[in-house]
Design a protein around this ligand. Structure first.
Ligand code: COA
Length: 388
């Protein structure tokens, strides 16, 4: 691996959502200098960081924003809580292995915010690049930071002596590492009898485009992504990486046997207590029940991880195969309408469907899927269910 990874400027072109509602990552701009300085000019924050002096003023923040934060070797995001600036998370690859750092203004501590924000940036970095390992560390007296790193899967790699600029004294630091293999094993995964489904990585983009462009019409639902061209597939993967599982989720469907990519399934928020399901299959894989198998498992995962009371879905009027999938999952017809289907370019007549949680679980005689989310249900889960 090259020592100096360069992060694509587009990774933070749009806000990156996290599992905690209202908490998002956003590209920093010079206009954030005053807020950054106000947050970092707190010894309770800076004494836990290596390079931040105390006191810390707007001019320090301006230098940071023009220099390190603007480097292509640094993936640096501001942390916003309900549209107020609240801290930073960054992966710095300017020297050696990419290094994760983070801080949060004191008023927000203890609400799971940094756990969600660091997971989002780690997922973005591993998902969008070929990084093999992310390193980090915490001072020996920083138990909260130790807990954040442990929950992400970081493992201790030794204790080193360093200096804290704010404390102006040497401090012992516990070095922590997270390798790609450990991260991959912890990603959300849904398994059914024939399929294994995981969120897409940038390395899947070309395969996704090739499958979606295999000659047949995609099995369109309104939530089906436009992924026929490689650049569309890359944009779709980036979008998926920025969406903040479990509130929104996208999975590549692969056959357990042989590993071939056969389609995609996912959900997105659609109002209070409701998510919308979408799915598609490559033309060669239709007609053997894979969409129903994937949709049932995704519904179970969506109900369990989001706590939604209902799932909605819609299918084009002409798409009787998709209607069959929804009906076999227990969806009830909820009216007709028009929708701008992503893949059709214009408004298309659709049938709308809805499925209530109670109906789904009472019909679920078809057997449970094995779902691993790699994280405890976030605060967004309105009815948390512990998943193994
Ligand atoms: C460390 C810091 C980033 C944590 O942010 P946060 O949003 O409060 O963290 P979270 O709420 O996501 O998680 C904190 C975890 O630490 C645990 N924790 C907090 N204080 C603790 C303590 N004194 N002892 C043990 N665990 C503690 C919490 O219980 C939680 O773990 P849990 O979810 O398993 O219960 C924040 O305190 C901060 O900015 N500190 C100053 C800067 C800093 O330390 N940066 C990291 C440098 S390595």
């Amino acid at each position: 691996m090259s020592a100096r990874i360069a992060f694509d400027d587009g990774l933070l072109a749009e806000d990156c959502l996290t599992a905690v509602p209202g908490v998002r990552l956003r590209r920093l701009t010079p206009a954030d200098a005053a807020a950054l300085a106000a947050g970092l000019n707190d010894l309770e924050v800076s004494k836990n960081l290596v390079a931040v002096p105390h006191p810390y003023g707007p001019e320090d923040a301006a230098v940071f924003l023009k220099g390190p934060a603007a480097s292509p070797h640094m993936l640096c995001a501001g942390l916003w809580v309900d549209d107020s600036f609240a801290g930073c998370v960054a992966i710095d690859a300017t020297a050696g292995f990419p290094e994760l750092g983070y801080w949060l203004v004191r008023a927000h501590w203890g609400r799971g915010i940094v756990s969600a924000a660091t997971r989002a940036i780690v997922d973005l970095a591993f998902g969008a690049t070929r990084i093999e390992k992310i390193v980090s560390g915490h001072f020996v007296d920083n138990a909260a930071s130790a807990a954040v790193l442990r929950k992400l899967g970081f493992k201790p790699a030794g204790v080193v002596e360093t200096r804290s600029r704010a404390r102006a004294e040497p401090v012992r630091l516990v070095a922590m590492n997270l390798d790609r293999e450990t991260w991959e094993a912890d990603r959300p995964t849904i398994e059914t009898s024939r399929l294994v489904m995981r969120p897409p990585l940038m390395t899947d983009a070309e395969e996704i485009a090739a499958l979606a462009n295999d000659g047949g019409l995609p099995l369109t639902t309104a939530a089906t992504p436009r992924v026929r061209r490689p650049e569309e597939a890359r944009a779709f993967v980036l979008e998926a990486l920025r969406r903040g599982f479990p509130r929104e989720a996208s999975f590549c469907m692969r056959l357990k046997e042989g590993g071939a990519l056969v389609g995609g399934v996912g959900w997105r928020e659609a109002g209070a207590d409701e998510v919308e399901l979408g799915y598609w299959l490559g033309a060669d894989h239709r007609g053997v029940g894979l969409a129903t198998e994937a949709a049932r498992a995704a519904l179970e995962a969506a109900f369990e991880t989001t706590g939604a009371a209902t799932v909605k879905a819609c299918c084009r009027l002409i798409n009787s195969a998709s209607r069959g999938v929804l009906e076999r999952c227990g969806f009830q017809w909820a009216g007709a309408g028009h929708m701008r289907a992503q893949t059709s370019g214009g408004p298309a007549p659709v049938d709308r469907f809805r499925l209530e949680r109670e109906v789904f679980f009472s019909l679920k005689a078809w057997g449970a899927a094995a779902i691993r989310t790699g994280q405890a249900p976030g605060p967004s889960a309105r009815r948390p269910v512990a998943l193994g």
